[in-house]
Write a protein that binds this ligand. Structure first.
Ligand code: AMP
Ligand code: MG
Length: 428
């Protein structure tokens, strides 16, 4: 299958304008650009946590395999219940979880039953222990109206029916899925191979940790935020360090990255009017577009394909500012890498929270402001913007617990207006 050219993709994106590209159009472009990994591997059940399921998992058994009791109590026939008076039944034995109750229970009788124990043939209802009273030596009294036919019984196959898809391909495997797969007796899980992502930082002013911070220099922080975000996405990472603003060094780094990875992420050197060589080498090694996105922070970005040794990689050339790197990663790279990893569920849940301060916002661009979400006294969510929103102020990101998204068409926000917030954390 031949890949569409960037020009062909651009022609499919309505309102495509590389110099003032709305976030939604950039996202659509990228979703059309990125291929999915194609190799499948088999992993042990526990090792599949955080991986992406490559095949539908069809249940070979009914779960549960038998009708069983949902409570500790007495299992009985619904037809033995008297509707307007107490019912008294004789107790014919006890059913324990994990043990079959072999004898048949005749009408007018019930058995004491434990949670999870198989319902004996003919019995269809469980009355919880606490509703009942003993009656003589061998009987139990069930007060009128305390139970109806079919209550407190779990049906065979009600969790997973044999022959049905228990999990669909494209799913990120979470703790509940591990349990579900275990309930099917599945020891090995087919997953897409991990995505390989190479990254490096560009800029002569950057120093790596352990080096002396020369006059006018800064420590490279982007390689650490990028590494962290890639780890959270379950990618295999290839850290190529800081690359000097030198054509030969840049060419070597891009070539190594493209030859060994599915995606290449760089930071820095893509601004308009940037004097360094990054953009030139990107364009030389592949099919690359330089966008100005209608967003703040994170306006400049390079996107495309680069080649090395006959191997293709998707390039994400992110801006250099530390906040812009994270925001553009969350806005574009995250979903792209998830799709490349084989994931089919891309929806990012957002909160609606009342903004505690007024915000100035021009329609015609998307803004991502860092915020701290808390619970208001009236139990609604509220969000406060974290101090200075400069795109170099990484502490604003660190102190925040989410990003307020002010959408493309949105204008000023008055104090108390509800805004969308993307929380940084979800459940484990
Ligand atoms: P650039 O996009 O290359 O013009 O960089 C924009 C700003 O981000 C400059 O102040 C750079 O020093 C800074 N910057 C670029 N890359 C990094 C990095 N890896 N770590 C920290 N700051 C960076
Ligand atoms: Mg630079």
């Amino acid at each position: 299958m031949t890949q569409p050219t960037l020009e062909q993709i651009a022609s499919c994106v309505a309102g495509y304008d590389p110099n003032a590209l709305p976030v939604a159009q950039a996202q659509e472009f990228i979703s059309r650009l990125v291929p999915r990994v194609s190799a499948v591997e088999s992993t042990a059940l526990r090792a599949s946590l955080g991986r992406v399921l490559a095949r539908d998992i069809v249940s070979a058994i009914d779960v549960p395999a038998h009708d069983n009791s949902a409570m500790d109590g007495y299992a009985l026939r619904g037809s033995d219940l008297t509707s307007d008076a107490d019912t008294v039944l004789e107790v014919a034995g006890t059913g324990f979880a994990g043990q079959a109750f072999e004898r048949t229970v005749s009408p007018g009788h019930c058995i004491r039953i434990m949670t999870g124990a198989v319902m004996p043939e003919g019995l269809d209802t469980v009355v919880p222990q606490e509703f009942t009273k003993p009656e003589g030596d061998r009987g139990v009294r069930i007060p009128a109206g305390s139970v109806r036919t079919g209550d407190n019984r779990r049906l065979r196959g009600e969790d997973l029916a044999r022959g049905s898809a228990a999990l669909h391909a494209g799913r990120l495997i979470r703790p509940a899925d591990l349990g579900l797969l275990a309930s099917l007796g599945q020891a090995e899980v087919p997953v897409w191979r991990r995505l390989r992502v190479a990254f490096f930082s560009t800029g002569d002013e950057l120093r790596s940790i352990g080096e002396l911070l020369d006059e006018g220099c800064v420590y490279d922080s982007n390689r650490y935020t990028i590494w962290g975000m890639l780890q959270r996405l379950g990618c295999e990472v290839l850290d190529l360090g800081v690359v000097r603003d030198d054509p030969a060094a840049l060419r070597a780094a891009f070539s190594e990255a493209a030859a060994n990875a599915d995606a290449v992420i760089t930071s820095g050197g893509v601004s308009v009017g940037e004097a360094d060589h990054t953009k030139k080498i990107m364009a030389e090694l592949g099919d690359v577009l330089f966008w100005r996105i209608a967003m703040r922070p994170g306006r400049p970005m390079a996107i495309g394909r680069i080649q090395s040794n006959g191997h293709d990689a998707i390039l994400f050339g992110l801006p250099g500012n530390p906040v812009a790197v994270m925001v553009t990663f969350y806005a574009f790279v995250r979903d792209a890498l998830r799709a490349m990893s084989g994931m089919t569920e891309a929806v990012q849940p957002m909160l609606r929270a009342a903004c505690t301060t007024p915000l100035r916002k021009k329609p015609g661009r998307t803004e991502y402001q860092r915020g701290i979400v808390t619970r208001a006294p009236d139990a609604r969510w509220q969000v406060a913007i974290t101090g200075s929103q400069g795109s170099g102020i990484l502490s604003s990101m660190s102190v925040a617990n989410g990003m307020v998204v002010l959408h493309h068409e949105q204008g000023n926000v008055a104090a108390g207006d509800e805004v969308d917030v993307i929380p940084f954390d979800g459940l484990v």
